[in-house]
Each structure stands twice: as structure tokens, then as C-alpha cells.
Design a protein around this ligand. Structure first.
Ligand code: PHE
Length: 460
């Protein structure tokens, strides 16, 4: 237990909230949420999304932070301690392994995408996107994907930047980085919002995002809301767990989870209010994923007065959001290497960074030399190992990790322990307990089945 006593801690619950929010806010908030909200029922979608965040994802978030804080170690060690403490089956240890493995795999491709963002900071910053036609902009993106060396360079730089932060430890690294990056991120977002309100077609953006269209809420929309609420909060992969392991025992888990959930949702909505007015003011079609960030928006920036400036701000914003998420993906793996092999954080972070960098090479070449196509349950995929990693983690490992966390907290762990950790009034505790025992696992299992077998039935 002596190791437990010297374990670093966040200097306050605010830094925990800030760091966890930094993990939560990422590409999911910027390239996915605004679009699914606009496409899938606007304000009506928000109601469904809020319900799934509050009743399905947040109880799991509280459970995941609780497991980390109680286990006081990296996810793998923490889970073995907790299993022992509750005399539970060893099968639950899978939670730790899944988390660490998913974190490493996700980071390997997340870093390559973050590398594209760096390339776009460079392109916009140097004015390389000014006055190009939309065809030229889209060729530029295709050219980037066909150029593994440029991708490798930025992937390397991004991994190094992430490793440097993780190597510096909790207070000198994670805390310092989030304290510097998050305020900048928020200021950038607000400045861009100012632009969208003053100069772009704000009314069209508002209308796209908030038109209340309950008829668009199908069961698929509900499932995508649940799936997304889960990904956007970084659940099920040890990131939130390891951050929880540095949290002081008397912090209210309900309060901190609520704060993270609120911040994540507000920022996702604000990101949409920045993006869509810009897209609509240039009569472009909104879209989702890489096309939105690397083709649609650059097209708008290239035609906009002062586009080089606004475009650079925008890509720096995304880069910072991706960086704080990447840090949280590295930390569980690095903490495990450090604690398992009793080495320093610097050595652990470098070893982990190197392995993830190597793994990332598979993604770098997935878009060019090593590209291959395959059929995933009826859906054609053409980006080789990148698609394999993405399916494996987003469709399988994350939801599975989430279900297991809920089930362990609700069924595997002794009830006295969760009562003691959560310190909630009885009625609140009972609500949480009911949600993690029944509601969250059932909902996530349905999503998991849908993600795996839904494409078979969708007819496309
Ligand atoms: N939550 C991040 C997003 O919304 C993604 C992420 C998942 C980051 C898991 C870290 C861990 O983009």
C-alpha cells in the first residue's frame, strides 16, 4: 500500500473536471455531434441525447471514476484489486485489459487524424488554401492521403507532443497542459462563434441544428444517440478510470460527472453553432466526418475574407481538442507500464509512445500503399487496417468495456463499497444503482448488437 500513498493527485476537483472535459471534448464533439443533431431531429434529438447522457452514460461515468478512485492504480491493477476486494470473478479483470488495449489502438489512429489537422493548420496558416475552388480543395485532401511521408511526419510530431506531456506526470504534465489548453480552446471557440454570429448565416445554422422534428426520431436515431453519448464522454477505455485514480476520496462523483457532462454537451452545441453558419453562408452542404473538416470547411475558409486567419484558429482549436484527448488515451497505458514494471513515468511514456507510433504506421499506409477493401457485415470499407481498428474499438471494445463497467459496479462489486464511495443520499444512490444494474447495461448491449448486426438489416 505504500505505493498507494505516494500516488499523485489532482490539485483540486476543478483540475480533474478540466482534464476529464479535455478528454471528452475531441473530434466526436466537432465532427460528429453537430451533424447528427442537425440531421436527426434537431432539438428533438437533443432531448433523446440528454436522456441517454443522463440515464445511461453518466451512471457509467460515475462508476468508471469510482473504480479508478477505489482501485488507485492503472486500470489493469485497479481492476485486480477491486476484484479481490469484492471476491468477484476474475472475468471482470477484462475491463482493465480492454481499456488499456482500446486506448492504445484508438490513439494509434487518432494521432494520424490529428496529424492531418496539423497539416491543415500549416496550409491555412500559410495561406495555402486561399481562393481555391472546391475541386482543388478536395484534391488537396486526396493528395494528403496519398502521401504517407507527410502523414508520418505529423503523426510522429503529434505522438512526441503527447508523450512529452504524459512523461511530465500528473501535476507537471496533465494538469499543466489542460490548464493551458482548455482556456485557449474555449476562447478560440468563442471568438469563432463571434464570427459565425456576426458574419455568417447564423439563422440557417440555428435552423439546421434546432428545428424541432420529432418525426425524425427513429429507433436508429436513439441508438446512435446512446452510442455517441458513450464515445463523447470517453467511457469504457480506462481514460476516465485512470483520471479517477488521481482524484481525492472526498470529491462528490455526482457533481464532477455532472460538470463534465454539461461542459461536453455545451461545447458540442457551440461547435455546431460555429460550423454550420459558416457552411451555409457559402451555400455548401453540411456533412459528417473527415469530409466536413477537411473539405467542406476548408472550402468555406478559402472563399472567406480573412479565411486564412479564421481557418487557422479553427484548426488550432481542433488540434488542442485532439491533443487533450490523446493525452487521456496515453495515460492509462503509460500508468500501467510505469506501475507494472516499476519504472519512471518518462520511460513508461516513451515506451508506450514508441509502440503506439509503430502501430500508427499501419493507419498511415491504410489510405495508400497498404489500402485494402473488405466487407463488414454488408458495408463496404476501403481504408484497410484503419477501418479494422476503428470497427474493433468503436463498435466492439468501447461498448463492451462500458457494459462490463456497469455490470461490475452493479453486480460484481460489493454494495457497501459503492455506497461508501459515492456518498449519495439514499434515494439518489438507489437511482444510480438501478441504472447501472439494469438500464445502462441493457441499453449498451442493444447498441452493441446494433453496431455489430445493424448493418445487416439496414439494406444498404
Ligand atoms: N471523447 C473523445 C471525442 O469526443 C474521443 C475519445 C474517446 C477520447 C476516448 C479519449 C478517449 O472525440
Amino acid at each position: 500500500m505504500s505505493q498507494t500513498n505516494t500516488r499523485p493527485q489532482w490539485s483540486s476537483r476543478w483540475t480533474f473536471i478540466l482534464a476529464t472535459t479535455g478528454s471528452a471534448i475531441g473530434l466526436g464533439n466537432i465532427w460528429k455531434f453537430p451533424y447528427i443533431m442537425g440531421e436527426q431531429g434537431g432539438a428533438a434529438f437533443v432531448v433523446v441525447y440528454l436522456a441517454s447522457i443522463l440515464f445511461i452514460a453518466m451512471p457509467i461515468m460515475m462508476a468508471e471514476i469510482m473504480l479508478g478512485r477505489r482501485g488507485k492504480a492503472n486500470p489493469i491493477t485497479a481492476m485486480s484489486r477491486l476484484v479481490e476486494e469484492s471476491d468477484a470473478s476474475s472475468i471482470w479483470k477484462l475491463i482493465g485489459w480492454l481499456g488499456v488495449a482500446a486506448g492504445a489502438i484508438i490513439l494509434s489512429y487518432y494521432s494520424v487524424i490529428a496529424g492531418w489537422v496539423i497539416e491543415y493548420v500549416r496550409l491555412t496558416g500559410l495561406g495555402g488554401l486561399t481562393s481555391l475552388s472546391s475541386g482543388e480543395i478536395s484534391t488537396q485532401f486526396t493528395d494528403l492521403l496519398a502521401d504517407p511521408m507527410t502523414m508520418l511526419l505529423w503523426h510522429t510530431i503529434f505522438i512526441v507532443a503527447t508523450v512529452v506531456i504524459v512523461a511530465r506526470g500528473v501535476s507537471g504534465g496533465l494538469e499543466l497542459a489542460t490548464k493551458l489548453l482548455m482556456p485557449v480552446l474555449i476562447v478560440l471557440l468563442l471568438v469563432l462563434l463571434g464570427y459565425s454570429i456576426a458574419k455568417a448565416d447564423f439563422a440557417a445554422g440555428l435552423n439546421f441544428m434546432f428545428a424541432f422534428e420529432p418525426s425524425k426520431i427513429t429507433y436508429e436515431v436513439v441508438l446512435s444517440a446512446v452510442g455517441h453519448s458513450f464515445f463523447t464522454l470517453s467511457l469504457g477505455m480506462g481514460a476516465v478510470m485512470v483520471y479517477g485514480s488521481y482524484l481525492s476520496p472526498n470529491t462528490s462523483l455526482l457533481q464532477v460527472s455532472l460538470a463534465v457532462v454539461a461542459a461536453d454537451t455545451i461545447i458540442a452545441i457551440l461547435a455546431g453553432l460555429v460550423i454550420f453558419p459558416i457552411v451555409f453562408s457559402f451555400s455548401l452542404e453540411p456533412g459528417v466526418g473527415p469530409g466536413l473538416l477537411f473539405i467542406t470547411l476548408p472550402t468555406a475558409f478559402s472563399q472567406m475574407i480573412g479565411g486564412a486567419f479564421w481557418g487557422t484558429l479553427f484548426f488550432v482549436l481542433i488540434l488542442f481538442a485532439a491533443w487533450t484527448s490523446a493525452i487521456s488515451l496515453t495515460e492509462p497505458v503509460a500508468a500501467w507500464v510505469q506501475e507494472k514494471f516499476s519504472t519512471t513515468k518518462t520511460v513508461a511514456a516513451c515506451v508506450v509512445g514508441f509502440i503506439i507510433w509503430l502501430l500508427g504506421i499501419a493507419t498511415v499506409f491504410s489510405f495508400n500503399d497498404w489500402a485494402f477493401s473488405f466487407n463488414f457485415l454488408g458495408v463496404e470499407k476501403s481504408d484497410g487496417l484503419f477501418d479494422v481498428f476503428d470497427i474493433l474499438t468503436s463498435n466492439i471494445m468501447l461498448p463492451l468495456g462500458g457494459v462490463l463497467i456497469a455490470l461490475f459496479a452493479g453486480w460484481g462489486m460489493k454494495r457497501t463499497i459503492s455506497t461508501q464511495e459515492l456518498q449519495l443520499p439514499d434515494s439518489w444512490y438507489n437511482l444510480w444503482y438501478f441504472l447501472v444494474r439494469f438500464v445502462s447495461p441493457v441499453a449498451v448491449i442493444i447498441v452493441l448488437l446494433f453496431l455489430l448486426f445493424g448493418p445487416l438489416f439496414s439494406g444498404d
